[in-house]
Write a protein that binds this ligand. Structure first.
Ligand SMILES: Cc1ncc(COP(=O)(O)O)c(C=O)c1O
Length: 407
């Protein structure tokens, strides 16, 4: 077990599978006045207090149970809580098997957890550049020491530090041996946050088996899946920390909005179908690219993905078990990167694609490519990130082939 207390009490759902829970575990909160199947959008920011003056208990005098009731049932103001953020958290608790605090973006979720841990030192592997930028703000404002090489934990890690591990890694689609780092971090009583935004779905992989203290998701990506909302979450097994995070969220002003909650609930219902399709498409596209790499006269220099990483390690007779343990034969990560010969080739390739739109972000039903240096200041300029969507794999492969042939 990680270094945080585990008092998570799962709800009893008669052993229902996660894909059933994604659709039904918030049914219990269905509105009793209107028999709507889809949850409503509650546009109000403020909620009437009880009409019975006996219920008006000053905030400072309320017991934890009374506060819990006010925030989760009666509602006060939508920055604190509102019906659909409660509904989402109820659903996600069951999916992620822990207490979930939802935020208005993935970065807001990281802000929530770094504020809770309040570390003197932070250790990061390769990871999303926005997370690094938050750590740089902490370095500037609080003197927090930031290490951008995760292996520095073996030299410098101390009790109470934060080890933030993204696995698989954006934008490379590669995997790191996360368990090795988590075990070492716990031996030093440091906290580990696993950014599992790119990890296989909890339907095929129990993230808690790796023993992180916290799991972070940018829900903007696969859980939202339609490129139309921002959201993030932190999951913990400790009820005490969960309450702390939700309290801080009130004053950090980072609760998810009403419309976004509604959209995210809608998206959760089809999550499994979407990620299965994206994953099987990605497998076909990456395997095709790897097998046909030499056809493009040196213009396609490298494909970076867990599948190609595995092949390279196996050729050198190195350990691949940490990749095999994360993904089974049918599942892989739908994000990977292509390195082309030069910057001009990247531009020619992108302008000739028909189905892949040139945009940042990922995880949506539509396939995207991004010349990554347009948003990431520290990345190879010849790297194109690819996010595979739910189109037909055949059409995606044909599209990539014709665009590579135009270089
Ligand atoms: C791995 C990872 N974590 C966190 C984030 C931040 O999420 P958001 O854009 O929802 O703030 C991103 C965004 O791209 C990401 O890729």
């Amino acid at each position: 077990m990680g270094i945080t207390k585990n008092d998570y009490v799962p709800e009893d759902h008669n052993n229902a599978d996660i894909n059933t829970l994604l659709i039904h575990s918030d049914d219990i909160l269905n509105n009793r006045i209107v028999n709507d199947v889809a949850p409503p959008i509650n546009v109000t920011t403020t909620f009437r207090y009880s009409s019975n003056p006996d219920d008006w208990i000053p905030w400072a005098d309320q017991t934890p149970e009374e506060k819990e009731k006010l925030l989760n049932h009666d509602f006060v103001y939508s920055r604190l809580s509102h019906p659909n953020n409660i509904r989402l958290e109820k659903n996600l608790n069951n999916i992620f098997d822990g207490y979930t605090t939802i935020y208005n973006s993935g970065l807001a979720a990281f802000n929530g957890i770094i504020n809770y841990i309040n570390p003197k030192q932070v250790f990061l592997p390769d990871c999303y550049h926005g997370i690094k930028s938050i750590c740089k703000i902490w370095e500037r404002n609080h003197g927090t020491k930031v290490y951008t090489n995760i292996d520095e934990i073996f030299n410098h890690l101390q009790e109470g530090d934060l080890v933030h591990i993204e696995n698989p890694i954006n934008p490379f689609g590669t995997v790191i041996d996360i368990k090795k780092y988590i075990d070492y971090a716990h031996s030093k009583k440091a906290f580990v946050v696993w950014d599992a935004t790119f990890a296989p779905s909890p339907i095929i992989c129990n993230h808690w088996d790796y023993d992180p203290d916290f799991i972070l998701h940018s829900l903007t990506k696969y859980y939202a899946g339609h490129s139309d909302l921002l959201a993030g979450c932190i999951i913990t097994k400790s009820s005490e920390i969960d309450t702390f995070l939700k309290n801080d969220r009130i004053y950090l002003g980072t609760n998810i909005g009403n419309l976004e909650s509604f959209l995210l609930l809608r998206s959760l219902r089809s999550y499994e179908l979407r990620v299965e399709k994206q994953s099987s498409n990605a497998k076909k596209v990456v395997e095709w690219l790897e097998n046909n790499k030499t056809k493009f006269r040196g213009n396609l220099v490298k494909v970076s993905h867990a599948i190609t990483q595995r092949k390279e390690l196996a050729e050198k007779e190195q350990d691949t078990s940490f990749i095999d343990n994360l993904f089974n034969d049918d599942h892989t990560t739908p994000v990977f990167s292509l390195y082309l010969k030069d910057f001009y080739s990247c531009k020619t390739f992108i302008t000739n694609l028909k189905y892949f739109q040139h945009a940042t972000s990922l995880g949506g039903v539509e396939s995207l490519v991004e010349l990554r240096c347009l948003t990431d200041p520290n990345i190879d300029r010849n790297l194109i990130r690819v996010s595979i969507g739910c189109e037909s794999a055949k059409d995606l492969i044909n599209d990539i082939e014709q665009a590579l042939n135009k270089i």
